[in-house]
Each structure stands twice: as structure tokens, then as C-alpha cells.
Design a protein around this ligand. Structure first.
Ligand code: PLP
Length: 388
């Protein structure tokens, strides 16, 4: 029989993604369905990055690379971490990973022993619980309330601290809520980490899509650089989801230990992907354009939905998603989402897919061009007005 760690990663039973997969299948068999359910860009990777990769393949970059990442790649990642977190970062404080998900896995493996406890915030990104289960760790889910704009409160988080708590995992800007945590919120969490001697695992993969206030990283708060592990990725910022490249930023001694995790998992990154990533990081290929695109889409979509009867915008300041409270129309968000798919051919995620705190909501992904989002908003208006 399989190990309990592996068997436990995906809990059996409903996970709320049925709607997305059902809509996908129907779209693939020819039905005209608007897919606003997933967080993958509708556009391709910037051409300059693609060209750099092709050149690297042709130049013979087909070999093993250094376990923590090529030196120039680490330097480029460190320079971006300096900008992302506001803390001067050296190459020895970053380790390259195939995607932010592996950086998250590394952060959890680095901080949790079997039987240890962690705290995470709901609504959460779908892989979080499984990543802790894979480490044999337990966790408490603290709800960030919709009425607080999905900002968690320090009091709620502190109430969940136990003697065996080792880490708190947060994500800002947030998937699925789009909430960008305020300075006050982050200071409260940092204070708990310092007083209880906890690690802060900070998932900042959406940092280039921060919303109006600009990105705030908890790593920059007093006493936090030595206890924060930041999850970084090129997937969203550089339009490179399928390339699988990200990194972890943290104290140099922790990063040095994590090189051994790369040894037994990935054995280093793909050579030509690393070469392309160096150019993309050093030249910010696509970053400003992608950020502008999502900024425009978010503003235009929110302008449409703000006046709609029975619909309230929550969170939605940054990242790639908008979270709408539809409970005044239909308290059961799964029923709402399924009916919206049936009647208007628009696939959105029911909030319940992301934990209890987002019940009564739907998540709209902004990964479609503006005209599609405008049409989706028009359909939502019609659907909401005629809902019974
Ligand atoms: N963290 C969050 C909050 C995400 O939404 C995602 C992807 O959607 C990831 C991490 C992992 O991204 P990747 O492994 O592509 O870098």
C-alpha cells in the first residue's frame, strides 16, 4: 500500500473543481463556453523569451546545471527578489526551482517535521493543504472574512498557534480573492511570527500584479528577513506558466540546506529554460505589459460589476482574479456557478472550491481578453437580474 503521506495529498471526495473540468470537456467538444475558471494566461510567452530559449537550444545548452541554479540565474533572481521584497538579496539567498509550486514544497519541507503544525489562511490556493500533508504536517485553516475584504486578522491567526506550530503560510496578492494584504495586516502577522518564533512562508507569485497600493512583502518588516521564506515564480509575472521556473528566497543557511532537496528531487533545472529565464529576468521581458494588461482588465471588469444588483466586490485589488459575493442572489455558490454555466455558458469557480471563507462567492479569472470579459459581465448582469 502507498505511504500515508502520498495517499493523503489529495483528500478523497469533492474538491469543487468538477465545474471547471465539466466546462473544459464541453468546450473541447465544440460548445462555445467562456472559460473564466482558471489562472493561466490567454496569451503566449513574450517572443523575446521564446527567442532566447530557441537560441539556447541551438547553442547546445542541453546539459545538467548547478543544483541551486546557474550562477547568473541566481544573480538575476536575487536582483528581482530585492525589488519584490524590498530587502537587498544576494545569490546565496535564492534557490531556483521548477515553478513556484516546488518552491512552496521546498519551503514546507524545510520548516516542518512530521507531526508539526502550520497555520494557513482560507480562502487558499488549492495545493496548500496537500503540500503540508506531503510533509506529514498538520494545519489549521484560519478564515479571512469576506466582510474584512479577505484580510486575515492577527487575533484569529494567533488563536490558532499551538505549542508545535512552526510556520504560517500566507499569499499576497491572493489567489483566489485578489486581496492585497495591507501593511497593518502584515505587521500583525509578523509580530506573531517574532513572538512565537515561527517561520513565515510568503507566497508572492503575483507580486507584479499588486493593485494600486504597490506590493508589500513581509520580508521587509523588522526581524523578518531571517524567518521568512518567499515563494517566487516566473509563471505569472513573465508569462511562463508552462516553462516551470520559480525560486525560493530566504536566509542563506536555509537555502544552502535546500540544495540537498534539489539533489534528491529535481537535480537542477532544465539548461535551456534557465538560459532563457536569465534573459527574461535581466530584461524584464513582458513584465510591464502583463501587469498593464491585468490592471486594465480588472478595472474594466470591476467597473461593469460594481453597479450590479445583488453583487458585491470583495478583495479583488490585485493578482489575476476578482471575487464576487453573490449570496444576496443565491447563497449556494455552487448552484449559482452551475446555473451560470448552463444558462449563460460562462465557467467561473464557486468560492467553496477554496475553503469555507469564500462560500457565497464566485471567482472570476481575468485570463481572457477585455471584450470577452465585457461580454461575461453583460451575461452576469442578465443572469443575476433573471435569477430565480
Ligand atoms: N501560488 C499561487 C498562489 C498560485 O496561484 C500558483 C499558481 O497558480 C502557484 C503558487 C504555483 O505557480 P507555479 O508553480 O506555476 O509557479
Amino acid at each position: 500500500s502507498p505511504s500515508s503521506r502520498i495517499a493523503g495529498i489529495t483528500p478523497s471526495g469533492k474538491d469543487g473543481w468538477e465545474l471547471h473540468f465539466a466546462a473544459m470537456t464541453r468546450k473541447q467538444s465544440g460548445e462555445d463556453i467562456m472559460m473564466l475558471s482558471v489562472g493561466d494566461h490567454d496569451f503566449d510567452t513574450p517572443q523575446s523569451t521564446v527567442d532566447a530559449c530557441v537560441a539556447a537550444v541551438k547553442a547546445g545548452y542541453h546539459h545538467y546545471t548547478q543544483l541551486p541554479g546557474l550562477p547568473r540565474l541566481r544573480a538575476a533572481m536575487a536582483a528581482v527578489s530585492t525589488r519584490c521584497t524590498g530587502v537587498e538579496t544576494s545569490s546565496s539567498e535564492v534557490i531556483a526551482t521548477p515553478g513556484g509550486q516546488l518552491a512552496l514544497y521546498a519551503a514546507v519541507q524545510a520548516t516542518m517535521d512530521p507531526g508539526d503544525h502550520a497555520i494557513m489562511v482560507s480562502p487558499y490556493y488549492a495545493t496548500y493543504p496537500g503540500t503540508f500533508r506531503a510533509a506529514g504536517a498538520s494545519f489549521t485553516i484560519v478564515e479571512a472574512k469576506a466582510e474584512n475584504g479577505f484580510q486575515p486578522t492577527a487575533a484569529d491567526i494567533e488563536a490558532a498557534v499551538k505549542p508545535n506550530t512552526r510556520a504560517i503560510l500566507i499569499n499576497t496578492p491572493n489567489n483566489p480573492t485578489g486581496a492585497a494584504y495591507t501593511r497593518e495586516c502584515l505587521e500583525g502577522i509578523a509580530d506573531i511570527c517574532r513572538r512565537h518564533d515561527l517561520w513565515l512562508l510568503s507566497d508572492e507569485v503575483y507580486w507584479t500584479l499588486p493593485g494600486a497600493a504597490g506590493h508589500l512583502s513581509p520580508r521587509a518588516l523588522p526581524g523578518m528577513a531571517e524567518r521568512t521564506l518567499v515563494i517566487n515564480s516566473m509563471s505569472k509575472s513573465h508569462g511562463m506558466t508552462g516553462w516551470r521556473i520559480g525560486w525560493l528566497t530566504g536566509p542563506a543557511d536555509m537555502v544552502a540546506l535546500l540544495v540537498s532537496l534539489n539533489l534528491v528531487t529535481t537535480y537542477g533545472l532544465t539548461d535551456f529554460v534557465s538560459r532563457a529565464a536569465i534573459e527574461a529576468l535581466e530584461n524584464d521581458y513582458g513584465v510591464a505589459e502583463i501587469a498593464d494588461t491585468y490592471g486594465r482588465r480588472r478595472e474594466a471588469f470591476l467597473a461593469e460589476v460594481r453597479g450590479m444588483n445583488g453583487i458585491r466586490v470583495r478583495g479583488s485589488e490585485g493578482g489575476m482574479y476578482v471575487m464576487l459575493d453573490v449570496s444576496a442572489i443565491e447563497p449556494d455558490c455552487e448552484a449559482f456557478a452551475w446555473a451560470f454555466l448552463e444558462r449563460e455558458k460562462v465557467a467561473v469557480m464557486p468560492g467553496s472550491s477554496f475553503g469555507d471563507a469564500a462560500r457565497g462567492h464566485i471567482r472570476i479569472s481575468l485570463c481572457q481578453p477585455e471584450p470577452v470579459l465585457a461580454e461575461a459581465a453583460a451575461r452576469l448582469r442578465r443572469f443575476a437580474a433573471g435569477y430565480e
